[in-house]
Design a binder for this molecule. Sequence first.
Ligand SMILES: Nc1ncnc2c1ncn2[C@@H]1O[C@H](COP(=O)(O)OP(=O)(O)OP(=O)(O)O)[C@@H](O)[C@H]1O
Ligand SMILES: [Mg+2]
Length: 255
Amino acid sequence: MTKQSETILETRNVKLWYGDKEALHGIDLDFANKGITALIGPSGSGKTTYLRALNRMHDLEENVTVTGSFNLLGKDIYAPTTDTVDLRKRVGMVFQQPNPFPFSIYDNVAFGLRLAGVKDKKTLDQAVEESLKAASIWDEVKDELNKSALGLSGGQQQRVSIARVLATKPDVLLLDEPTSALDPVSSHNIEETLLSLRDQYAMIIVTHSLSQASRISDKTAFFLSGNLVEFGDTRKIFLEPEKKETADYISGRFG
Ligand SMILES: Nc1ncnc2c1ncn2[C@@H]1O[C@H](COP(=O)(O)OP(=O)(O)OP(=O)(O)O)[C@@H](O)[C@H]1O
Ligand SMILES: [Mg+2]
């Protein structure tokens, strides 16, 4: 058994340039193998940029330079030998807009496993059920697994997206504003889903909702202008921040 406090992902001196514009100025952040870390900060502070660096999403863009070290369970994420398809299974991503494929609910969740070569129907059935249960949507969709995922509500689609990512058993789950496109009830369901997963997964969530960050996260990192200003226990960041900029942001004075 791994201990709660064990570090799963360690980043050091992360810098990132879009062309010749430096967007991240040297971020040091560690993540425990379980629990939720919230990345907060004003628009343009570099939250998404940092998050996408964690599973090499910037590889897909031109003109982006990333430096620094990214260590996932002792392995260098940016090593030339790293298989990015495999990496993105281990460091899965859920986006702001629910993005199911135009397939059935079942095929959406089975997608990653099939890509990895799993063909056995029983194995797939079991993984689909487990993942939908873990994403707290099984009861709502169990009788219509063969219907198109596009027919679901936004909140349901987002939970199917989470199930799709969980199916490949990731080490880390990245979520970029996963509830900002959703109504309050759906947002609440997603928060409950994330809370139910917090003992099993390392999750890193970007959010503009300070109340969401304080409700669900264990740790909070405050970004400002491409720098990490402060990182610590969520309670501490919200109740007794050490830096003036953090206090100002938390109290709504800017951002
Ligand atoms: N593809 C890109 N090309 C050039 N500059 C970019 C690109 N994406 C982001 N930036 C710049 O990098 C900086 C950080 O942007 P980023 O999207 O990471 O901010 P953010 O904290 O996620 O903001 P938001 O809360 O609005 O989503 C900003 O100055 C932004 O303009
Ligand atoms: Mg963003």
